[in-house]
Design a protein around this ligand. Structure first.
Ligand code: NAD
Length: 702
């Protein structure tokens, strides 16, 4: 066996089988140098008369994870993967894709263009381009329907969900399962093919499998969810596949390529790629080792955090001082883990081990040896300070002490512990075992390794972690108050709760803010506002929510909030009583009634978010505007295809944002409508919040 190439693609020979090994760490992404080397490797082996079959495999833990996403910001550079794959498919000898681990996007397309596909049990095969607002642009839309039924192909591409080995085999996407070393097993399979006299088998020469008629394609389009409809790639995937079913292969491939370019340059794809990079975060260095975690407070949040921690392999001690609270928390935890196992998300052995890792206690003394404590007791400064004073005394030196406070001053809590360098905020979102966002609050004295520890643990729990500074509400809830302020003012001005919710849902918010309030419980915010000393001195501020709470309308839990709920239903119906209550209050406060266009509702809410976000960035509470976007897209249902409030601001341009804020200052008064200084500076220079001079461009989604 001889090595002939020092490039990211290594060519070797094993007798009459030529081996092409992709060696481009960490995930063998198909960057331009890889494509160029691959083309050369295919050409040389195809022309080598001593070679009778070719095997392509990947070095490391994955076959090929896909394209190099950074390249999508620029016009494509030759050789295009499309051309590489056409050359591969044209080879005059059998080409075998030997897949293992992650085989996604361009990696899966390479496999589809190969003549035979074999894979190991750890295969994850899929076309997830839709998650970046793209379509498979290198033949996936044209070749997949030649291998599997069109509807199944469409489902794979519009959902982006990957398949494991068994599912891929059942569909006929994998011809042969490999055991043991992927390279050797694949060479054995190639020999077996040669022995059987199996020849080249080009996907493009096959007929499309079970093509739906035009009416069925129409039905598939109509069946797209509102969220899927907002990303043009969904409809373009259907179009590409429809063309593939009735036009010649080459024509359909060219059409798919045009559609791909339209997606690549769309603002939606830029937004999704922006989030892809923003969510990856930098490597974490210097974290303290954490194996044992103490959780104080076995309520809504503590219980959810305990579920996440146990499932992630940490040993958990759950402490609560209220009689029965620990038992109830443990029972919920066991139920949730059993449910995950029942749904196949966890093996029953893992579920049993996770449950066995959790114990309960009724005193903080039980936390003397833990590596990290996460406190989730009542949102009350005195209660939290008392808990931290005890933790400071009980916990071993070096243990990290974290608070899950939503709004309280992390520095004050840290001071109470007597060891503020060990203290950090870990702000989880409800339900804590489901929501992906974790705000890590860096206090004035938090030591860097304590912040790194919180990040490392957060990632271990599968969270998207954003380090933020300490202020009222941190990043997410501070902006939520600006967003909510406008919503509440418009309610007083006469906009109906359902109009506001509908307008913002049409913009893309996962749920209208009034419905969110009813779901979370209006009393939660009410309590926070009672504790909030610097709240604006404005009788209209959050007056509608407070009014509803004062009338016993707490949201879903009391069957009445902004909406009315019939028992057992989570869908509210508009309630004339709410309109009457708000009207009377508006009269009392002297707020004139008028009709609001949906556009005003969306614009006021979005500008309020953007303006507060810009202040947060300017003050250094968020290190970069992309962090604000990660918080809002992962914790508050902000539409991902708009990239987050800061990315959306860049699509509008700072100049336009400042102009509209000034418009509202003139129309509604300057109190809440002073442009953030950062926005004014950016407007003056034409720069963006993201840092570049170029706005994200493309057409702004309306
Ligand atoms: P909860 O009322 O459901 O649970 C609090 C638990 O703490 C109760 O079981 C109580 O018995 C226990 N407790 C109180 N004092 C204690 C003490 N001194 N020692 C031990 N246990 C004690 O409250 P929650 O909704 O889980 O909120 C907990 C924290 O999480 C709060 O700081 C809250 O602001 C924050 N938070 C809540 C949400 C949410 O949506 N619920 C979201 C993010 C953060």
């Amino acid at each position: 066996m001889t090595e002939t190439s020092p490039t990211p693609v290594v060519v070797t020979r094993d007798g009459d089988v030529g081996l092409i090994e992709i060696d481009h760490p960490p995930v063998n992404a198909l960057a331009q140098p890889v494509r160029a080397a691959l083309l050369e490797a295919i050409e040389s082996l195809d022309h080598d008369p001593s070679i009778r079959a070719i095997v392509i495999h990947g070095r490391g833990r994955h076959f090929i994870a896909g394209a190099d996403v950074r390249e999508f910001d620029h016009a494509p550079r030759a050789p295009l993967l499309n051309d590489v794959l056409l050359m591969l498919e044209s080879c005059g000898k059998p080409v075998v894709a030997a897949m293992h681990g992650t085989t996604l996007g361009g990696g899966a397309e390479l496999a589809l263009a190969s003549h035979y596909r074999c894979a190991t049990a750890d295969l994850s095969f899929g076309l997830p381009e839709i998650k970046l607002g793209l379509l498979p642009g290198s033949g996936g839309t044209v070749r997949l329907p030649r291998l599997v039924a069109t509807e199944r192909a469409l489902e794979m591409m519009t959902s982006g969900m990957p398949l494991g080995l068994e599912a891929a085999r059942a569909l006929g996407l994998v011809d042969h399962a490999l055991a043991g070393d992927v390279r050797n097993a694949a060479v054995g399979y190639a020999r077996e093919l040669l022995g059987r006299g199996a020849g080249v088998r080009r996907t493009r020469e096959r007929e499309v499998v079970a093509a739906p008629d035009p009416a069925q394609f129409e039905r598939l389009r109509a069946a797209l969810s509102p969220a899927a409809r907002r990303v043009p790639a969904s409809a373009r995937i259907i179009e590409a596949v429809e063309v593939a079913t009735h036009r010649p292969f080459g024509e359909a491939l060219a059409h798919a390529r045009t559609l791909f370019e339209a997606c690549r340059t769309s603002v939606e794809s830029r937004a999704l790629r922006h989030l892809f990079f923003a969510e990856r975060g930098a490597a974490v260095a210097g974290a303290r080792t954490v194996g044992r975690v103490g959780i104080v407070g076995a309520g809504t949040m503590g219980g959810g955090i305990a579920i996440s921690a146990a499932a992630a392999g940490l040993t958990v001690t759950l402490v609560d001082t209220k009689a029965g609270a620990v038992e109830a928390g443990l029972a919920r935890l066991r139920g949730s883990i059993d449910e995950a196992a029942g749904k196949g998300r966890m093996s029953s052995a893992d579920a049993a081990a996770a449950k066995a890792r959790v114990t309960g206690a009724d005193s903080l003394e039980a936390l003397a040896d833990v590596d990290l404590v996460i406190e989730a007791v009542f949102e009350n400064r005195a209660v939290k300070c008392s808990v931290f004073e005890q933790l400071g005394a009980v916990c071993r030196p070096g243990a990290v002490l974290a608070t899950n406070t939503s709004t309280l001053d992390v520095d004050a809590i840290a001071a109470a512990s007597g060891r503020p360098a060990d203290v950090v905020g870990m702000h989880f979102f409800s339900p804590a075992n489901v929501m992906r966002l974790l705000e890590i609050v860096r206090g004035r004295s938090s030591s860097p390794d304590v912040v790194a520890t919180a990040q490392a643990v957060g990632r271990r729990l599968g969270k998207v972690c954003v380090v933020v500074g300490n202020c009222f509400g941190f990043v997410g809830n501070r902006m939520l108050y600006a967003y909510g302020r406008e919503r509440e003012l418009m309610l007083l001005e006469g906009a109906a709760p359902e109009q506001i919710d509908r307008a913002l849902e049409e913009f893309g918010m996962a749920m209208g803010p009034n419905a969110v309030g009813d779901l979370a419980g209006l009393d939660v915010g009410y309590q926070v506002r009672r504790e909030w000393r610097e709240r604006p001195d404005d009788p209209r501020f959050y007056r509608v929510s407070d009014l509803l709470v004062e009338h016993g309308r707490l949201g879903q839990k009391s069957g009445r909030g902004f909406y009315r709920y019939t028992p057992g239903s989570r869908r509210g119906t508009p309630d004339p009583e709410v309109v009457a209550l708000i009207r009377a209050e508006a009269t009392r406060l002297g707020v004139a009634q008028r009709v609001h266009a949906d556009a005003e509702i969306v614009e006021r809410c979005m500008l309020a978010l953007i303006n507060e976000g810009a202040r947060i960035v300017d003050e250094g509470i968020a290190a970069r505007s992309a962090d604000v976007d990660v918080v809002w897209c992962n914790g508050y249902g902000y539409p991902r295809h708009r990239g987050g409030p800061m990315f959306y601001a860049d699509t509008l341009g700072a100049g336009r944002v400042v102009e509209r804020i000034r418009h509202y200052a003139a129309a509604l008064g300057p109190r809440y409508w002073q442009p953030a200084p950062l926005l004014e500076r950016l407007a003056a220079t034409g720069a963006t919040l993201a840092g570049g001079a170029d706005p994200p461009g493309g057409e702004v989604p309306s």
